[in-house]
Design a protein around this ligand. Sequence first.
Ligand SMILES: [Zn+2]
Ligand SMILES: [Zn+2]
Length: 258
Amino acid sequence: MVSLRFLGTGGARWVVAKQIRSSAGFWLRTGTTNVHVDPGPGALVRALALVPPCDPATLDAIVLSHKHLDHAGDVNAMIEAMCQGGWRPRGALCAPRDALDRDEEPVVFPYARRFVPAEFVVAEHSGPFAIGDVELRASMRLKHPVEAYGLHFRTPEARVSYLPCTRYFDAIADDFRAHAPDVLVLNVLRYRDTMDVDHLTFDDARTLIDAIRPGAAIMSHFGTRMLERDPKRLAYEIEDATGVKTFAAYDGWTYDAA
Ligand SMILES: [Zn+2]
Ligand SMILES: [Zn+2]
């Protein structure tokens, strides 16, 4: 069994500030292993509020794709909950160097970092890191204002790749195609590029899904314009154009990958 549980599917400042969609990231779950990816603001509250809840004390790893607030706002709260305030150290913390280092405006508090017995630095093509029965590898460095990496998870039953926030560039497709994902989760913040920013647009998403050709694609991390245009309808549009089964994630949704 491999499932993805979307605690939050919002991105961009406005959506996060108003919590139009939650910003709590997602859980990857196998029969024995639980991984929380990108615990943004509200992650702890959302995890506990789900029915049935995602219990942080069962986590085996907390993973950050990058240190921006909408991905890391609750990382310290989740570490405390995973390690029960430091009394029961467990699990692993996986994050880029600039989210950890004292001279880089870290987002993980040094005291909380010490609670976690294992630490894996996410860097260009780093890994494989063993997290229970899951293997994690990082992608090439993405184009984003801070260190940001794609994450390739290999479980006994399925390969799940996550493409977080980045500007589009052609080499993304080669990196991700090489991991032949059964499921590709990608952050599609923008509909079209009206401003020049380091995020994927809907058009980029269609291009990438067509080039990577995963077993299934899941769009998430939506900004206002994407939400206004109904992500579910946009997912059908991509599916029609590419022939790849495509979904739009929503808060609380669980996708069974295998
Ligand atoms: Zn970002
Ligand atoms: Zn983001």
